[in-house]
Design a protein around this ligand. Structure first.
Ligand code: ARG
Ligand code: ZN
Length: 474
């Protein structure tokens, strides 16, 4: 769970009062979102309506494409950026927000005309010269610069642009995309990306998708990456370091790009070698691999403490073990191709990726999923595992807690036991297939499981996803 396996997972505390303290901004965001054309503002909402992260994302438009052009100096830690967002208004807009945390905005245009803008915390509020009408496509160009700073998440972990001794570890879940580019920063909005990064020669900048160009001039190397399949902002990366690079194409035509910090290389090599066979195994189980590119970024970032399923190319803070590689690549189906609409549903990502680890072990001579389930179930009622139900973590502080990963996987194992292997694997494939490149909610998953199995699964899901405390008699 990618709070690296080597370290003890961070303790998860359950602070019920968090639930109360978030209701005010939520109500506010909802109110603003509801403010229709008749009210004073026809501004887009400052948030996407997520109860755990009320200011994440924005309302009123959809970003179709991000074109990011960056230049980073690992020594001074200075970033210069230009972001060109091609977006479409989903309502009449006299004003809209982007998310951007820190950095200095040095210029902003909408359709090539200078636009008024102001900063308000993580909101970059833009008032274009003329209103945008519903359905209209528009282009926002933001130039910015400064020293990016990561955000500290509610669980105390760092996320966003995290400097390292030779570059930066760039991981945005759940909030950090806004530390390095202006974004509609919620997984509800997915877009294609072109990410171009210039770094001093000897460094590499590794991002998502396919490397479409690389050139060195005047002591600097520019890397141009293209992610065509829709991607949530938190899955974007532009990780910089002195990497050893390896490129090849798999039998299935997937373009693999591995970038490895030399300090992690000998430990990483035997695990990375298994990537093609892991992707083939996962494709058999979950359906075709969703992206044209794949790979790994193995950084040496000892202070980070987790890995991330950055789209098409997971990012590791150190050499991963095999089950971490299986986990992050399972996310390519569950989390990346099929995205959340709300952070509360995080078990749809983490429970599935964890269950993939159990299945891999079962089918490769290790413990059966049943045995893993039993060992977890044996934990006493006082254990952290039962601190909160995975379908309702209660706040952003808990979204990467043990119950989300382990009890989330237990819920899937209970489903498998109830419907049988054949139906269970049909359900997983149907989930990945029907929601490919889109979104899915817990309610939709439950409905799909009931449809495929012809069973009423209400009690099973209520028990494993929503009931507080340790369920009895599985
Ligand atoms: N999704 C990642 C994984 O389990 C974990 C990310 C944790 N992020 C954080 N800010 N704590 O694979
Ligand atoms: Zn995960």
């Amino acid at each position: 769970m990618r709070q690296s396996r080597r370290k003890a997972p961070r303790p998860t505390t359950v602070l019920r009062r968090e639930v109360l303290t978030i209701t005010v901004p939520v109500a506010l965001a909802a109110l603003l979102a509801a403010a229709g054309p008749a009210s004073a503002g026809t501004g887009g909402a400052p948030g996407a309506g997520d109860p755990y992260f009320p200011l994440a994302g924005n309302g009123g438009y959809h970003v179709e494409h991000y074109g990011l052009t960056l230049r980073y100096d690992p020594t001074s830690r200075h970033l210069d950026g230009t972001a060109v967002l091609t977006a479409r208004a989903t309502q009449h807009l006299t004003r809209f927000d982007l998310d951007l945390n820190g950095l200095k905005v040095t210029g902003l245009t909408v359709d090539h005309v200078k636009a008024d803008h102001r900063r308000d915390g993580q909101e970059l509020v833009v008032t274009p010269r003329r209103a945008l009408h519903k359905g209209e496509e528009f282009r926002v160009t933001v130039t910015y610069s400064g020293t990016p700073k990561p955000v500290t998440d509610p669980d105390g972990s760092l996320d966003g642009w995290i400097p390292t001794d030779d570059g930066a570890f760039v991981a945005g879940e759940p909030q950090g995309a806004m530390t390095w580019f202006p974004a509609n920063n919620h997984p509800k909005d997915k877009s294609s990306y072109d990410i171009t990064v210039t770094v001093p020669v000897g460094h590499s900048a590794v991002s998502n998708g396919v490397l479409v160009g690389q050139r060195t001039a005047q002591g600097r190397t520019t890397f141009h990456w293209r992610q065509r399949e829709p991607m949530a902002a938190y899955l974007a990366t532009a990780t910089v370091g002195k990497f050893k690079v390896e490129q090849y194409t798999t039998r299935d035509g997937i373009r693999v790009y591995n970038a490895v910090d030399p300090r992690e290389a000998s430990e990483a090599a035997p695990v990375l070698k298994k990537l093609p066979s892991v992707l083939e195994w996962e494709s058999k189980l979950f359906g075709p691999y969703p992206f044209r590119a794949a790979g790994s970024i193995v950084d040496h970032a000892p202070d980070v403490g987790y890995a991330l399923e950055t789209q098409s190319r997971p990012l590791y803070d150190s050499a991963p073990d095999l089950s971490t590689l299986v986990h992050e690549n399972a996310h390519q189906w569950f989390g990346d191709s099929v995205s959340l609409t709300s952070w509360k549903d995080i078990w749809l990502n983490e429970g599935f990726a964890t269950y993939a680890e159990w299945l891999y072990s079962e089918q490769h001579g290790g413990d059966s999923a049943q045995k893993t389930f039993d060992a977890l179930y044996a934990r006493p009622a006082s254990d952290d595992l039962w601190a909160f139900p995975p379908g309702d973590p209660g706040s952003g502080e808990n979204i990467f807690g043990t119950p989300v990963y382990a009890r989330g996987a237990m819920a899937l194992h209970e489903l498998r036991t109830a419907v049988g292997d054949r139906t269970f694997f049909d359900i997983l494939r149907a989930w990945a297939g029907e929601h490919r490149y889109g979104h899915g909610t817990t309610a939709q998953f439950v409905r799909l499981a009931e449809r495929q199995s012809g069973k009423n699964l209400d009690r099973l899901f209520t028990t494993w996803l929503y009931a507080p405390g340790k369920p009895n008699n599985p």
